[in-house]
Design a protein around this ligand. Structure first.
Ligand code: FES
Length: 100
């Protein structure tokens, strides 16, 4: 089995039970998923997008994490996604909006 070079985790505010609650979901983090997927395909990147439960950085939502770089981003929007994907292509992730 071939595993992806990168994983991009997007907080969807899932909880163990009940409906999603939390800042990321309220700030429409899941609306970013289609854009992210399409950009990854357009750029030919080897990256898998996953949604997650609360990543415990709610005040910075929407939150996105790039692994294995362990690069956390806050207040993510399409401009941030573009910069992060540019960084994956260029081999250096951007510092802007980075939480870690
Ligand atoms: S709801 Fe996204 S970090 Fe908590």
């Amino acid at each position: 089995m071939k595993t992806p070079e990168h994983q991009i985790l997007v907080c969807a505010s899932f909880r163990l039970s009940g409906t999603p609650q939390g800042i990321c979901q309220k700030r429409e983090s899941t609306d970013l998923l289609q854009y992210l997927e399409e950009e990854i395909i357009d750029r030919g990147l080897d990256a898998l997008v996953c949604t997650t439960g609360c990543l415990k950085a709610c005040e910075k939502g929407p939150v996105m994490v790039v692994q294995p770089a362990n690069a956390w981003y806050g207040e993510v929007d399409t401009d941030c996604i573009d910069r992060v994907l540019d960084g994956l292509e260029e081999g250096e992730l951007p510092a802007e909006q980075r939480l870690s």
